[in-house]
Design a protein around this ligand. Structure first.
Ligand code: COI
Length: 354
């Protein structure tokens, strides 16, 4: 399929790179493509960024049949633009699609659409330190129908947003509230898909945590409410006695690309790695014994987010010295160095946008 490009006449003024937050500013153009049963995916186009007009009965608004992805384009010191492991995002988009009965999209074509849009918007890729152009591919169910079933029509769109740090804390450690009262996802449900419902499910708990003075929630499993799953919207990793431990991808955890990058780097560096179930009691015991060295989240938006405090059952524990741990720092540095082209890319993770 050929992607039609219709450039707009009146581009916006570019924002100041040093003032970027996360996800509030959008570029001049977007990618759009439609799906019907008869035509399949068709009419791919890059056109002016604009509102999507929807019938109030549109299915996505009622039943949340939608999926999305999040990846970034980085500007290197030499002014070039590159993507980080975009094939992984595109593959995950299709895995998420399956979970919520959305028709798959050809992966090579999605990659082409992302690349084409970033090429058109290249001047929007910021160059201030730690900034990037966040890419948000999204599919929404478009049938105007109130019966509960998968939609017959869809819109696939991609929007772009120049971003800085995700958390106002930046790379500084965050305080986390552990809850067994609220749950994010359950095995057999939607937890491993990047779909709106998982983020909706996280809102109430996160608000309760914020009111108590914490940045985010540490989610436990929905059945026994003991085993650690995720932190906020990120995967979570622990360093205990020099071993890097993270929960396995058991069906209710999002298979994070940054998570995979951290594990790959750790193995490459010879750090012992375990993907295994880890109970909150084990963390508390490890802390009591002086074995808990580091806790950090991993995700595309924040890359690595060190955890300084964990609040659980009325106690608050301080992780390590309460600062940024050496491994969190090392992973952050190594991953961002590859993303921004400051170092060699031994794993073939970087894809240049020519
Ligand atoms: C991430 O990239 O860590 C996320 O999942 C956050 C995103 C939903 C804004």
């Amino acid at each position: 399929m050929e992607i039609k490009v219709r450039r707009i006449r009146n581009p916006k003024e570019l924002p100041d790179d040093s003032q970027l937050g996360f996800g509030r500013i959008f570029t001049d153009h977007m990618f759009n493509m439609d799906y019907t049963r008869q035509k399949g995916w068709h009419n791919p186009r890059v056109e002016g960024y604009r509102a999507i007009s929807m019938d109030p009965a549109t299915m996505v608004l009622h039943y949340g049949q939608t999926i999305f992805e999040g990846l970034k384009a980085y500007r290197t010191d030499k002014g070039k633009i590159q993507l980080f492991r975009p094939d992984r995002n595109v593959a995950r988009l299709n895995r998420s699609a399956k979970v919520v009965c959305i028709p798959e999209i050809d992966e090579a074509f999605v990659l082409e659409a992302i690349t084409r849009l970033v090429q058109v918007e290249q001047k929007w890729v910021p160059s201030a330190p730690e900034t990037s152009l966040y890419i948000r591919p999204t599919v929404v169910a478009m049938d105007p129908y109130l019966g509960v079933r998968p939609s017959d029509t869809y819109r696939f769109f991609i929007i772009l947003s120049p971003v800085g740090a995700y958390y106002p804390e930046g790379f500084n450690p965050v305080k986390i509230w552990v809850t067994d009262q609220y749950v994010r996802a359950v095995r057999g449900g939607l937890g491993e898909a990047k779909t709106a419902a998982n983020y909706a499910a996280s809102l109430y708990g996160a608000e309760v945590a914020k009111k108590a003075g914490y940045t985010q929630v540490l989610w436990l499993d929905a059945i026994e409410r003991r085993y650690i799953e995720e932190v906020g919207t990120m995967n979570i990793l622990f360093v205990i006695n020099g071993e890097l431990i993270t929960p396995p991808l058991n069906g209710s955890i999002l298979p994070g690309i940054t998570r995979d990058s951290v594990l790959t780097l750790a193995r490459h560096w010879g750090i012992p790695v375990a993907e295994r179930a880890i109970a909150i009691d084990e963390i508390i015991t490890a802390h009591k014994n002086g074995a808990l060295q580091e806790v950090f989240g991993s995700g595309t938006a924040a890359v690595i987010s060190p955890v300084s405090h964990l609040a659980w059952k009325g106690d608050v524990i301080t992780v390590g010295t309460g600062g940024v741990g050496p491994l969190a720092q090392k992973f952050y540095q190594a991953i961002t160095d590859i993303q921004y082209g400051r170092t060699e890319d031994p794993f073939g993770w970087v894809v240049p946008v020519e």
